[in-house]
Design a protein around this ligand. Structure first.
Ligand SMILES: *Cc1c(COP(=O)(O)O)cnc(C)c1O
Ligand SMILES: [Zn+2]
Length: 388
């Protein structure tokens, strides 16, 4: 077996891996998959990667699925890493700036990575019906992968979710319910109804495998930078799955002898209208309080309470990173700045990394000639309402 067991990220209690699991039965926090990395490293080598498929399943030994026929794929991952020289030239200091462009994933966001892994594992473990709350892209990705796996999908979304997200879910076969509330309200409905309805809850970090799909962004960065890591990673943070995942991937790669103990400084980027992680980080908290009256056009960042908050905060601190909140006005104008300079029509969430980077430069926390990666997590075309 690739996964030897699941370990609670908080109390470290071990859980069995080959049955359906949601949260830790002891403390209710997220479970993380643990692998026999010595065994994985026997076949998963830097050399072996040269001939593997150009999607995230190239890292199969450090992914959960046992039987190849259970892999549900639409070609996710192995996204381009662009050098952003023109954009860098607009900044006050000289930087080696890169954009990891996740908009080229199936369903146009990096949510595809997590859902490919989670739906594949759900299929392996016999799930027929899946449910999730979503502020946007997670819903589209779940609908697509679940339909491909032959499962029924039940989605609960805030009624002001971008229209593209709602329409794509309906068109890819999901049952969609719009809620007059936030993603946390949608999450409560799934939690209340799932047992009676027989739904498997695939909410962010409430099952162990979305984070496994998203961690492949960390593997890819290392591979694309020829087994070095950048100095700084800016990550637009909602539930924080990708940040937690990349942090985990770095440890796994070190355990397999692929990289040393140096780590990028991890930076969480949020919107001023919903910045629970930024607030908790600067107040020195271990957990983040629910952010009141959460509001931002960057729907993927509208997560007032993240269940993996302590894991995000831990990675930011251990990496000597930080957390930055930017205004909606700045993140929307950044879409055009990045687009006009580099030809990428970014999601507002991804674009938020630019004003955040400017702030870090101003504070002197990013230095001349450093290697910086910003994540464009999705496609701007899904957010047409934001540009009217
Ligand atoms: C979901 C989402 C995010 C936030 O991702 P997390 O890993 O949950 O923090 C950022 N950008 C886009 C476009 C998203 O869909
Ligand atoms: Zn626990």
């Amino acid at each position: 077996m690739n996964v030897t067991h699941l370990e609670c990220g908080n109390c470290h209690k071990e859980h069995e891996a080959n049955v359906l699991q949601n949260l830790c039965i002891e403390c209710g926090k997220p479970l993380l998959a643990r692998y026999d990395l010595t065994k994985a490293a026997e076949t998963l080598t830097k050399e072996s990667l040269k001939t593997r498929p150009e999607n995230l399943w190239r890292y199969a030994e450090v992914l959960p699925v046992e039987q190849a026929e259970n892999v549900v794929s639409l070609g996710e991952g192995f996204t381009p890493l662009f050098k952003a020289e023109k954009l860098a030239a607009t900044l006050p200091i000289k930087l080696n700036l890169y954009i990891k462009d996740e908009s080229t994933n199936p369903t146009q966001s990096f949510k595809a990575r997590g859902m490919s892994a989670a739906v594949s594992m759900a299929k392996e473990l016999g799930v027929k019906k899946v449910a999730a709350p979503s502020a946007g892209n997670a819903a589209g990705a779940l609908a697509a992968y679940a339909s491909r796996a032959g499962m029924e999908t039940f989605l609960f979304m805030p009624k002001d979710t971008p229209r593209a997200n709602i329409i794509e879910c309906e068109q890819t076969g999901a049952n969609v319910t719009l809620i007059d509330g936030l993603i946390t309200d949608c999450g409560k409905i799934v939690a209340e109804r799932k047992d009676a309805e027989g739904w498997f809850d695939v909410s962010t970090l409430k099952e162990p495998y979305r984070v496994e799909g998203k961690k492949t962004m960390g593997y890819e960065l290392a591979e694309q930078f020829d087994w070095t890591l950048p100095d700084v990673i800016l990550y637009p943070t909602g539930g924080g799955t990708g940040l937690i995942g990349m942090w985990k991937a770095f440890d796994e790669m070190e355990a397999m002898g692929w990289i040393d103990s140096r780590r990028p400084r991890m930076v969480s980027v949020q919107s001023i209208g919903c910045a629970p992680i930024v607030k908790a980080f600067h107040e020195g908290e271990v957990f983040a309080a629910e952010f009141p009256n959460a509001a931002t056009v960057a729907s993927g960042l509208r997560v007032p309470k993240a269940i993996g908050d302590f894991l995000i905060l831990d990675a930011l601190r251990k990496s000597d990173g930080t957390a930055v909140a930017v205004s909606d006005e700045d993140l929307i104008s950044a879409v055009k700045e990045i687009g006009a300079a580099e030809g990428l029509f970014c999601a507002p969430e991804g674009a938020a990394c630019l004003p955040a980077l400017c702030e870090l430069i101003e504070q002197d926390s990013v230095k001349e000639n450093e290697m910086v990666v910003i994540f464009n997590t999705g496609a701007g075309v899904k957010y047409l309402e934001c540009f009217e």
